[in-house]
Design a protein around this ligand. Structure first.
Ligand code: SF4
Length: 377
C-alpha cells in the first residue's frame, strides 16, 4: 500500500427528510479521505515506467478523470487510455477492447464502468474514494422519496451509487443533463431530480421543467463564493468566467460560460480572452493550461473574509488516486470493483438510455423519438 500523507476529515450535506416527498433541509455528516505521499522525481519516473509495462502485460487501459493528479491524466493519454469527463469515461471503458479498465477517479466512476462492462475487470487505485453527492443520497431514503412521487421520471446524476441508479429512469452527467431534461419536458414529463441541488436548480431555470429535487451538494463546487468572485473579476477585467453548474446560483449568475468539464474546456479554447477565472475543481487547470499555453487560468475563490475553505477547490477523494496505488493494483489485482449482477443489469438500463440519447444527439437524430415515455415504461 502506498504511504499515507494525511487522513483528511470531510463534512458533507445529507438531506433531512421533512416527509416522504420532501428533502427539505440538510444535516452535516462526516467522512474522510486519505491522500498519498507525492513521490520524488526519481520515484515518479520509476512508477510511471512500471505502470506502462504493467498495462501492456495485463492488457489494461487507463481511464482517468480531469480532476485527478496530472500524472494520472498524462499517463492515461500516453498509454492509449483517456482523460475525460464521466460521460466519456463510461463510453470509452465500454467500447475499448482491453479486458482490464483502471479507473482513476471516484467510486461511482468505477461502478459505472463495471455496470457497462460486467465481463471486464475494473480496478481503482483506492476503492474508498467516494463523493459527497453519492454519500448524501442513501438508497433507502431516496427510494422513499421516489415512492412519494410516482408520477415523475426519476433522473439521477451519475454521481450516485449503483443502487440509486437502479431506482432511476435516467442517469445523466453534467454534459448531457440539460438536453435530456429538456427532451423529457417536451414530452410533458415531470422530473424527480437527484442528488445535486445546484445542478438541478440550474437545469430547472434553463428548461422550465417541473422538478422536485434532492438536496445534496458537491463539497468542492458548493464552496465557490460570488462576493469574492466579483472582487477577483474587478482585478482581472479582461477575464472570462467559466463555471461548473454544481456551483451556487449566485456564482453561476456571474459566468460567461456555464457547463460540464468538457464544456469548460471547449469554452476556454474558443473564447477570445487572455485570462479565464475557473470555478471547478482545480484538477482541471492541468488540461486547461496544457491545451491553451497562451492563456492564463485563475482559480475562482472558495473562501473569503468570512470563511475558510474546506475543500479549497480540490476534491479530497479525487486526490486519493496516486501513482503508487495504481502500480500496486495493476501488480496485485487488488481493489477490484464488484457489482451484484442483478443490480448491475437494472442500473445499466438508465445509463444505456443516456448513452443512446447522447449518441443520437451527436448524429443529429431528432431527440423526441428517442426518449421513452417513462410513465408508460
Ligand atoms: S468533485 Fe464533487 S462531485 Fe466530483 S467527486 Fe468530488 S465531491 Fe463528488
Amino acid at each position: 500500500m502506498s504511504a499515507i500523507l494525511s487522513r483528511i476529515n470531510v463534512d458533507y450535506d445529507q438531506p433531512i427528510m421533512a416527509g416522504p416527498g420532501t428533502a427539505a433541509s440538510c444535516s452535516t455528516h462526516h467522512a474522510w479521505a486519505r491522500v498519498p505521499v507525492e513521490p520524488s522525481p526519481s520515484e515518479r519516473a520509476a512508477l510511471k515506467e512500471r505502470i506502462r509495462s504493467l498495462l501492456k502485460a495485463k492488457n489494461a487501459v487507463m481511464v482517468s478523470h480531469y480532476y485527478v493528479h496530472p500524472d494520472l491524466q498524462d499517463l492515461a493519454e500516453e498509454t492509449g487510455g483517456i482523460v475525460s469527463d464521466s460521460l466519456e469515461m463510461a463510453r470509452f471503458g465500454r467500447d475499448h477492447a482491453a479486458q482490464t479498465l483502471v479507473v482513476s477517479g471516484v467510486r461511482f466512476m468505477g461502478e459505472t464502468a463495471k455496470i457497462l462492462s460486467p465481463e471486464k475487470r475494473v480496478l481503482m487505485p483506492d476503492l474508498d474514494a467516494t463523493c459527497s453527492l453519492d454519500l448524501g443520497c442513501p438508497i433507502d431514503e431516496f427510494s422513499t422519496f421516489c415512492d412519494a412521487h410516482p408520477d415523475r421520471a426519476v433522473v439521477v446524476y451519475a454521481n450516485t451509487s449503483a443502487a440509486v441508479k437502479a431506482r432511476a429512469d435516467w442517469v445523466v452527467t453534467s454534459s448531457c443533463a440539460l438536453d435530456i431534461v429538456r427532451a423529457l419536458k417536451e414530452q410533458g414529463q415531470k422530473i424527480l431530480w437527484a442528488p445535486d441541488r445546484h445542478l438541478g436548480g440550474y437545469i430547472q431555470r434553463e428548461t422550465g421543467a417541473d422538478m422536485v429535487m434532492w438536496n445534496g451538494a458537491c463539497i468542492v463546487h458548493d464552496e465557490f463564493k460570488a462576493f469574492e468572485l466579483q472582487a477577483l473579476m474587478k482585478e482581472h477585467p479582461l477575464a472570462k468566467v467559466l463555471v461548473h453548474p454544481e456551483s451556487p446560483v449566485d456564482v453561476v449568475a456571474l459566468a460567461d460560460a456555464v457547463g460540464s468539464t468538457s464544456a469548460i474546456l471547449k469554452a476556454a479554447r474558443e473564447m477570445d480572452a487572455p485570462e479565464f477565472i475557473v470555478a471547478t475543481d482545480n484538477g482541471m487547470m492541468h488540461k486547461l493550461r496544457t491545451l491553451n499555453p497562451g492563456k492564463i487560468f485563475i482559480e475562482a475563490p472558495t473562501a473569503g473574509n468570512s470563511a475558510t475553505c474546506k475543500s479549497c477547490a480540490h476534491c479530497p477523494w479525487m486526490a486519493m488516486n496516486g501513482l503508487a496505488g495504481l502500480a500496486q493494483v495493476l501488480e496485485t489485482g487488488m481493489n477490484e470493483v464488484h457489482i451484484d449482477p442483478a443490480l448491475g443489469l437494472r442500473a445499466r438500463l438508465p445509463i444505456d438510455r443516456m448513452l443512446a440519447f447522447t449518441a443520437a444527439l451527436k448524429n443529429g437524430q431528432p431527440r423526441a423519438g428517442l426518449v421513452p415515455n417513462i410513465g408508460a415504461a
